[in-house]
Design a binder for this molecule. Structure first.
Ligand SMILES: Cc1cc2nc3c(=O)[nH]c(=O)nc-3n(C[C@H](O)[C@H](O)[C@H](O)COP(=O)(O)OP(=O)(O)OC[C@H]3O[C@@H](n4cnc5c(N)ncnc54)[C@H](O)[C@@H]3O)c2cc1C
Length: 421
């Protein structure tokens, strides 16, 4: 059977592409290798699906450090507010949380998946699950998609929406890169982003801080000269292998890039546990409260300054006995302690593997994609959307936003291309 549009991959980008093409009246086939569609979407946002973000467009673009600017023209056609309106039309009410993050009011990612599947059904999009695509043949005027089982389907336009290589049990195993190369595309270096960092520091190995969460701290990645490349103020957590949490995920790609750029085996991070206070006034303040309580133990005087485990850790790090009385603590010690509250430096030596990353960095080069249509500049009738593209955002709804926006454009334009042939 001849289709107008074949969409390969039923993640958020492919689901949106199939819906958009169906809404334009195209005869659409959606193929996925898994038994269910939207498997990554269903586990996204801790099972709640952070489906988009309500910050202004310029902010959204800033939060997509991997080629966010490429999305400028796409956002002028379909953007985060359009995503919100789209889901509301499907009966999915969204609510805003901190940092503009939008979630379904039900708190259930599955409700988002179900709404998309219902829409596909209403549009009579044909769906083939359990059908891994093996290869694609590009001929002038027609594209043929070959399944692993030997079946093949042809269409006027094909949309590749098979995602990146992260969390492969959801189906994203990087199959699409070979098809893109075959079409003449460049794949930029693939690397893990939004990924926990590993460290061989002895306090990590000894699990001294394992499980400790620090709220609203400022974490920086330093270059070899000790200057901050990037700083993120958010929460973080110490783990048995290193560090994780929102601030760490955001810093992770800069660690990967720094290791590559300067050929480093380790990168220095700097942790400011009290980002709202400047170092000198903090020193003066600590000096004053310590000297005001000459008989009290330092541990008790400083109670509440930092989470207790971290306070004790920093005291020990500065060789300060927590039981020492205020009167017996030298100004010099107070100064070094203050410094480590503001700039505790430690080394990280890499990340968890790409398979464990939230997002894949790198992918189909955006230089070879039309920014207003998601059409390949290499093959007529070929379109790309979602994480297979060299676009990646921070956690916070930016990646699903990018998948839905690029999916929408790919679907609309693939349908127009196929129907106008
Ligand atoms: C645990 C986790 C939580 C996340 N939470 C969020 C969040 O809350 N907000 C956010 O913005 N981002 C989040 N992300 C990132 C976001 O989920 C992804 O960026 C997004 O799913 C990418 O969409 P996609 O459509 O490009 O690809 P995917 O969702 O990866 O879908 C690709 C689809 O293609 C199919 N496929 C692959 N190969 C083949 C083949 N050979 N033949 C047929 N089908 C194939 C797969 O089965 C899969 O269904 C999260 C990621 C993870 C891992």
């Amino acid at each position: 059977m001849q289709f107008d549009v074949i969409v390969i991959g039923g993640g958020p980008s492919g689901l949106m592409a199939a819906i958009a093409a169906g809404e334009k009246g195209a005869k659409v086939l959606l193929i996925d290798k898994g038994d269910k569609l939207g498997r990554k979407l269903a586990i996204s946002g801790g099972g709640r699906c952070n489906v988009t973000n309500r910050l202004p467009i310029d902010e959204i673009i800033k939060h997509i450090p991997g080629n966010g600017r490429f999305l400028h023209s796409a956002f002028s056609i379909f953007n985060n507010e359009d995503i919100i309106a789209f889901f509301e039309k499907l009966g999915i009410e969204l609510k805003e949380e901190d940092h503009g993050r939008m979630f379904p009011a039900s708190n259930k990612a599955q409700s988002v998946v179900t709404a998309l599947l219902t829409r596909l059904e209403n549009l009579n999009v044909q769906i083939k699950t359990n059908s891994p695509v093996a290869d694609i043949d590009y001929e002038e005027g027609q594209i043929t998609v070959h399944l692993n089982n030997g079946q093949c389907y042809t269409a006027g336009a094909v949309i590749i929406a098979v995602g990146g290589k992260s969390v492969p049990h959801t189906g994203s195993t990087g199959d699409g890169y070979a098809w893109a190369i075959k079409a003449g595309h460049t794949i930029t270096d693939l690397y893990p982003t939004e990924v926990p960092l590993t460290s061989s520091e002895s306090f990590i190995k000894k699990k001294e801080l394992q499980g400790l969460s620090l709220r609203d701290v400022s974490l920086s990645v330093l270059n070899p000269k000790g200057k901050a490349i990037i700083t993120h103020q958010m929460d973080m957590i110490f783990t048995h292998f290193g560090i994780s949490g929102p601030a760490v995920l955001r810093c992770s790609q800069f660690v990967v890039k720094a290791m590559k750029k300067w050929n480093l085996s380790e990168v220095t991070m700097s942790l400011d546990a009290l980002p709202d206070k400047k170092e000198e006034p903090l020193f003066q303040e600590l000096q004053k409260i310590i000297k005001a309580e000459p008989k009290k133990s330092v541990k008790n005087i400083l109670k509440g300054l930092l989470p207790e485990r971290y306070l004790l850790f920093l005291l020990e790090y500065n060789e300060i006995d927590p039981a020492i009385q205020g009167a017996n603590l030298s100004s010099e010690k107070i100064r070094t302690f203050t410094r480590s509250c503001k700039q505790f430096e430690f080394k990280v030596n890499g990340t968890l593997p790409l398979e464990k990353a939230f997002v894949t960095g790198g992918g189909v080069s955006v230089k070879e994609i039309e920014p207003q249509t998601m059409a390949s500049k290499k093959k007529n009738g070929l379109y790309f959307c979602g994480e297979i593209l060299d676009i990646h955002g921070y956690t916070g709804g930016y990646n699903i936003t990018s998948a839905l926006v690029t999916g929408r454009l790919a679907g609309i334009n693939a349908a127009a291309f196929a129907k106008n042939k």
